[in-house]
Design a protein around this ligand. Structure first.
Ligand code: FUB
Length: 448
C-alpha cells in the first residue's frame, strides 16, 4: 500500500551553534543517520516537551547529516529540516525532498568545516589567571582533581638559548585542585617542592607528574644535574597537595624530560622523553652518546623517529624495574613513523590514558605544535597513530593531560595567550574531551 505523507510546514532553515542546547527549538528530531557521534548528538539533543507552535506532537523532523566526521562545534551552523506528518505527499516526493535537503546540508557542512580544522564542545577555562603555570598533569585523588603544573616565571634564562629551552627556567612546583571543572573554585595549595630542596638538581624543573600508591603520593620530575644533563627525580608526600620530600638522588638510569606515570592493573609505568632541549637524541639504547650519538647508525635506524621511553616502576615506586623500552608509534600500514615526519612523530609531553580497554598514548609534536595520539593494546605499545587532539595553541609549546572525572573526560593543557604570546609564560586551561563512538578523539581547536 502506498503510504502518503504531508509536509507541514515547508522546509525550515534555522541557524544555531553546534554545542548549543537546541532542545527548545527542535522537538522530536529524528536523525537521518542514526550513527551520530557524541558532539553531533550534543548539538541536536532534543526533548519533546516544548513544541513550538508550528510543530505537532505526531510529527517528526529529519536532520540530514551525511558526513562521517563530527560537526565543528561552537560554530554557526545552518540546519535544514522539515516536518513530516501523514498527509498529502507520496513517498516519491518525500524521497526527492530528502535528497534535496541532504545535498544542501552537505554543502553547508563542508563550508562550515572549511573554515575550522577542529570541533569543540565547551569553551575552555583558564584555571589560574594569577600566575603562569604550564604542562598541567591532572589526576583524581580523593574525589577531587589535582593539578600538577610547571611554574613558569620571568627570568634571564638558564644558559643555552633557542633549541636548548633555556628560557624555561623554573625553580618550583605548586599544586592546585578543584571539584567542579568549569565553574568551581580552583584551590591553590601553594608551594609543593622547590629546587633549593633537591640535593642533586641544579635547574629547570620542567613538567612533572604524580602517582598514588599505598597511602603515599609520588612526584616524578625532571631537572638538570651538575653536568647539565636532565635526570628524573622522585619526591614523596602524605597528601596529594604535598609538601613533597625529594629523594637524595635521581632515578638510576633516568634521563631526558617529561615523566608521566600510568597505573594499570596494579602496575605503574613511567613514560618520558623529549627532543632538542629535552636531550632525548643524546641517548641510544639507554646510553648517553652525546650530540654525535646517532651519526653512525645504519640508515634504517637513523631514519626512524626517536621514540619516547617506557619502563615499569619498582614496587617502592622509586626506581625503574627494567631498562626503559622504546615506545614505537606506527603509521596505519604498521611502519614506524620516520624522523622527517615532523607533523606526526613524537617530540615531548607523553601522556597515557585508557578508554574502553584501549591504551591511548598522546604527545606533542613539538616543532609542528600539535597534540596527537596513537592507540594500542598494551601499555608498552606499539601504538598506531590516530590523529590530532589539539591544533596549535598560542605559544611554541603544547602540553597536556587527559583525565576522567564524574563521568566526563577533560583535556588539561596550556597556552601563552594571556602573556601576549610569550612562549615561556604559559597559562593552564581545561576543556572537555570527547571520545567518539568509533574510539577516536574529537579534534579540538587550540586557538579557542
Ligand atoms: O615546561 C618546560 C617544557 O616545555 C616541558 O617539559 C615541555 O613538555 C614543554 O611544555
Amino acid at each position: 500500500m502506498r503510504q502518503k505523507f504531508r509536509i507541514h510546514p515547508l522546509p525550515q532553515l534555522q541557524l544555531f551553534r553546534t554545542g548549543q542546547n537546541v532542545s527548545k527549538r527542535l522537538p522530536n528530531v529524528r536523525l537521518f543517520r542514526p550513527k551520530l557521534q557524541a558532539a553531533q548528538i550534543h548539538a541536536v539533543k532534543t526533548t519533546s516537551r516544548q513544541n513550538p507552535p508550528c510543530l505537532r506532537t505526531n510529527t517528526f523532523l529529519e536532520l540530514h547529516h551525511s558526513l562521517s566526521r563530527p560537526l565543528p562545534c561552537n560554530r554557526v551552523f545552518v540546519l535544514f529540516y522539515y516536518e513530516v506528518t501523514a498527509g498529502f505527499f507520496s513517498n516519491k516526493i518525500i524521497m526527492m525532498m530528502k535528497n534535496i535537503f541532504k545535498f544542501l546540508t552537505i554543502i553547508v557542512i563542508i563550508a562550515s568545516c572549511a573554515t575550522s580544522p577542529s570541533s569543540d564542545v565547551v569553551k575552555p577555562r583558564y584555571l589560574f589567571p594569577g600566575d603562569y603555570m604550564a604542562d598541567p598533569a591532572a589526576h583524581v585523588f580523593n574525589d577531587r582533581v589535582y593539578i600538577y603544573p610547571s611554574h613558569d616565571r620571568r627570568s634571564g634564562g638558564y644558559g643555552g638559548g633557542g633549541q636548548d629551552g633555556g628560557l624555561y627556567d623554573m625553580v618550583d612546583y605548586h599544586v592546585f585542585s578543584l571539584d567542579d571543572v568549569f565553574n568551581g573554585n580552583v584551590t591553590h595549595h601553594g608551594l609543593a617542592l622547590a629546587l633549593a630542596d633537591i640535593p642533586w638538581a641544579r635547574g629547570q624543573l620542567w613538567d612533572n607528574d604524580v602517582a598514588y600508591k599505598d597511602g603515599k603520593y609520588y612526584m616524578y620530575f625532571p631537572a638538570k644535574n651538575q653536568n647539565n644533563l636532565f635526570r628524573i627525580g622522585v619526591a614523596i608526600a602524605d597528601k596529594p597537595e604535598g609538601p613533597f620530600v625529594p629523594q637524595p638522588e635521581p632515578i638510576r638510569g633516568s634521563y631526558s624530560i617529561d615523566p608521566c606515570v600510568f597505573e594499570d592493573d596494579g602496575s605503574y609505568y613511567i613514560y618520558f622523553g623529549g627532543l632538542w632541549g629535552g636531550q632525548l637524541e643524546q641517548y641510544y639504547n639507554n646510553v648517553y652518546t652525546g650530540a654525535a650519538g646517532r651519526i653512525n647508525l645504519p640508515f634504517a635506524e637513523a631514519d626512524k623517529a626517536i621514540s619516547p621511553r617506557a619502563a615499569k616502576l619498582s614496587d617502592d615506586m622509586l626506581q625503574f624495574d627494567e631498562s626503559p623500552r622504546e615506545v614505537i608509534i606506527l603509521d596505519a600500514k604498521g611502519i614506524p613513523l620516520t624522523r622527517s615526519d615532523t607533523g606526526r612523530r613524537f617530540f615531548e609531553a607523553s601522556w597515557m590514558h585508557k578508554y574502553n580497554g584501549v591504551y591511548y598514548f598522546s604527545y606533542s609534536t613539538g616543532d609542528t605544535h600539535q597534540l596527537c595520539y596513537a592507540t594500542g593494546s598494551s601499555p608498552y605499545g606499539p601504538f598506531t597513530y590516530q590523529g590530532v587532539i589539539l591544533t596549535p595553541v598560542t605559544g611554541w609549546t603544547t602540553h597536556h593531560s587527559i583525565v576522567e572525572y564524574k563521568g566526563k573526560w577533560y583535556l588539561f593543557y596550556h597556552d601563552a595567550r594571556p602573556s601576549g604570546g610569550i612562549d615561556h609564560l604559559r597559562s593552564m586551561k581545561v576543556t572537555e574531551l570527547i571520545h567518539l563512538d568509533d574510539g577516536s578523539i574529537q579534534r579540538m581547536n587550540g586557538m579557542r
